[in-house]
Design a binder for this molecule. Structure first.
Ligand SMILES: [Zn+2]
Length: 309
């Protein structure tokens, strides 16, 4: 290669770098730690039915969306109290009569999904989802649910902050579901009454269980025709810099909120492999046990992934 073409190559490479249309700014883990601590505090009563802990948590998530400049998804008050300021960001649903597990949620109990978006240059959508509610209380024992799923909720709120720093090519949608622990009730309702055009969704990423991760990340529904190219990209990016110890792959499973939505659009579910975290579906799942040592690496990987879409 001649000297002049080398020079031209360097110039064009630096142009590509500086003129990249969508460069997300990584942030530190202080925000995510604060959100996990708040959501798993005793004041949230385990984010279940008791003392309406789920609604306290939903108000908290809505305030974070508002403070971070994320707009309410239009039409979110379907079939509820009517549209008004109080109902902004909320899509209400009721627990069905058939709900028998866990017995801590009564049939007919009303909860809500919290829904926001950041408009992009096109109506093609990238959707992030996480369930914000948890098991609540059993007698006087609180199930704090830091790992499950204050961590995923905090991560999706953090992604919203990151995406809001610059208008991108895609419209970003952020959905926080209730009723997951009782059998994907909130996300199932959203699949039945979608507030977005599901055929405009390029990719949906559900995050559930995001503390720890010393052994890497697992992707569920990684091998379907419509999702495989995305997981391949994630793997390639990870091979370059080793953000995660490994990227595991699983076929689709009805194990989190991506499931019903995966029948409507390309959808994957990401969770961490390995600790440290306090526990799973036990009162020991606290903020103190929630390791965030891998968090920034995972976020940097996700940021790079979004920039390549
Ligand atoms: Zn969960």
């Amino acid at each position: 290669m001649s000297r002049i073409s080398k020079l031209l190559l360097v110039v064009s490479l630096s142009f590509t770098f500086y003129l990249s249309p969508f460069t997300l700014k990584a942030q530190d883990s202080a925000y995510v730690r604060r959100v996990i601590r708040d959501l798993s505090s005793p004041e949230m009563f385990g984010r279940g039915m008791q003392n309406r802990g789920d609604s306290i948590a939903a108000d908290y998530v809505r305030n974070e969306l508002r403070n971070n400049g994320v707009k309410p998804l239009p039409g979110v008050s379907v079939g509820a109290r009517g549209i008004g300021v109080k109902d902004e960001y909320f899509q209400y649903f009721r627990f069905p009569n058939t709900t028998t597990w866990p017995p801590i949620v009564k049939a007919g109990y009303r909860s809500q999904n919290v829904c926001g978006y950041i408009p992009g240059e096109t109506d093609s959508m990238i959707v992030f989802t996480a369930h914000y509610e948890h098991l609540g209380m059993h007698d006087d024992t609180i199930f704090y649910g830091a790992h499950d799923n204050a961590s995923g909720t905090a991560a999706v709120l953090d992604i919203a902050r990151m995406c809001n720093q610059q208008r991108g090519r895609y419209t970003y949608v952020f959905l926080f579901f209730g009723g997951e622990e009782s059998g994907l009730i909130g996300s199932g309702y959203f699949a039945d009454v979608p507030l977005i055009k599901m055929n405009k969704v390029k990719l949906l990423v559900n995050i559930d269980l995001f503390c720890g991760g010393d052994e890497g990340l697992m992707v569920v529904n990684a091998n379907a025709k419509e999702t495989k190219p995305y997981v391949d990209l994630l793997e390639q990016l990870n091979e370059q810099r080793h953000y995660a110890a490994k990227i595991g792959r699983r076929d689709n499973a009805r194990n989190s909120d991506h499931y019903y939505l995966s029948q409507e659009c390309p959808a994957i579910f990401i969770y961490t492999l390995g600790g440290p975290f306090g526990g799973y579906h036990s009162p020991e799942d606290t903020c103190e046990g929630c390791g965030l040592g891998n968090y920034m690496n995972f976020m940097t990987l996700l940021k790079s992934f979004l920039e390549h879409l």
